[in-house]
Design a protein around this ligand. Structure first.
Ligand SMILES: Cc1ncc(COP(=O)(O)O)c(C=O)c1O
Length: 402
């Protein structure tokens, strides 16, 4: 059978991270800094089991029936409260849509706000799961240079001017402002304000993807772009994957009531609503006051792992390579010297039983693959981080010297 796949399906490719992990799965000595999963030991298994029991004791009919597409009201109210407390987001005029992981928002955004061929501005290297959704919706992701403190504002304005010159529409700017995936950088307050000025000047929306925002281990909390948004331009996406458990597939979008109404209608076409039981488990967990202490415990563990990886790379990596120093999140970014053969270094890593993700996986433009790697410190144990840094460091020294 010759299938006539849609252009959307033709743009879909298998994840390279899964490929790299598959290579690791057949190597018993393999240490993975590749996959970006939350650490299993952070999942509050007993509390989740107990909250699930409560759900099926108290409201089995509600939990097992189709629910409202927008999500459980009690859970949405708690999310609004939390967004105000933790991110400074004013609930007035904004609404919450529960999603199946924050991943679902990455399809709902272009589905709701972009037409085929529209430009989506993104950071120079960005979450591949977002790029794949943009391509799947036939929009055009365009990369903008990133500095140590996040997206470069001059480059952002240049991209806007360029688009205008050619009569192209910029639908939205996709940003991961806190502990960016893959680079680990964080946008300071002043830059957030200027981004909103540019969004207003050039009339585009901003999609603020913030799954790591609560995972801060040092430095000061910075208000969300959504907290600074006076025009309803920012669509904010949050997730329970990294602060509770990724397997319950629970995320949400906070945006103006008008945007949420449209997104909710489109989400109805996709899945008629996310599972009520997941929202109720998280709702009971929060109602018992367990989320704050749990996030604190998770941050304490990840801070140790972050420190171990930073120290390990300081000790073992060639001084010709540079790295970011993330204040939170799960990732660190290592940049190779300009004349490096990144593919050869990557292969040498795999041969030395260490998995990292090459920057090409995160590049919106295949012609600009970069010469860098993402290293995840959340999943490996402290012992694996030490040994993995030694192996990775030895590879860099073999290529670039001390
Ligand atoms: C930047 C970013 N956005 C969104 C997601 C999707 O997460 P989830 O669907 O588990 O909330 C991820 C997952 O790792 C991510 O890194």
């Amino acid at each position: 059978m010759e299938y006539r796949f849609s252009n959307r399906a033709l743009s879909a490719k298998p994840s390279r991270i899964r490929e790299i992990s598959a290579r690791g799965a057949v190597d018993p000595e393999f240490i993975s800094f590749a996959i970006g999963n939350p650490a299993y030991e952070t999942f509050p298994v007993e509390d989740i089991r107990r909250c699930a029991d409560l759900v099926y004791e108290r409201v089995p009919k509600y939990a097992l029936q189709y629910g409202p597409t927008i999500g459980d009201d009690g859970f949405r109210a708690l999310v609004k409260e939390r967004l105000q407390k933790v991110m400074g987001i004013n609930p007035e005029g904004n609404d919450i849509l529960v999603t199946s992981g924050s991943q679902q928002g990455l399809t709902l955004m272009p589905m709701t706000m972009a037409n085929e061929g529209d430009i989506v501005l993104v950071e120079e290297f960005t979450y591949m799961g977002a790029l794949s959704c943009m391509r799947g919706m036939c929009t055009r992701p365009v990369g903008v240079k990133v500095d140590e403190d996040g997206i470069n504002l001059e480059a952002l304005e240049e991209a806007c001017i360029e688009a205008k010159k050619y009569g192209a529409t910029i639908s939205y700017l996709y940003l991961i402002p806190n502990f960016q995936n893959p680079m680990g950088v964080c946008l300071p307050l002043e830059k957030r304000k200027k981004i909103l000025e540019l969004a207003s000047k050039y009339d585009f929306m901003v999609y603020e993807d913030n799954p790591y925002g609560e995972l801060r281990y040092s430095g000061e909390h910075i208000p969300a772009l959504k907290a600074l948004d006076t025009e309803g331009r920012v669509v904010y996406a949050g997730s329970f994957s990294k602060i509770l458990a990724s397997g319950i597939r629970l995320g949400f979008i906070c945006a103006s009531e008008a945007v949420i109404a449209k997104m909710s209608a489109l989400k109805g076409n996709l899945d008629s609503g996310s599972p009520v039981s997941s929202s109720l488990i998280a709702r009971y967990f929060m109602e018992e006051g367990k989320l704050d202490p749990h996030v604190e415990k998770t941050c304490a563990l990840y801070a140790k792992k972050r420190n171990a990886m930073v120290e390990g790379l300081d000790k073992y990596m060639s001084s010709k390579c540079t790295k970011t120093n993330p204040e939170g999140g799960m990732f660190l970014w290592v940049t190779l010297p300009e004349d490096a053969d990144a593919d050869a270094v990557f292969e040498a890593c795999l041969e030395n039983h260490i998995g990292v993700i090459p920057s090409s996986c995160f590049a919106p433009d295949e012609e600009k693959p970069g010469k860098a790697f993402r290293l995840c410190f959340a999943t490996p144990t402290l012992e694996e981080i030490e040994l993995g840094c030694k192996r990775f460091g030895d590879v860099t020294k073999k290529f670039f010297g001390e």
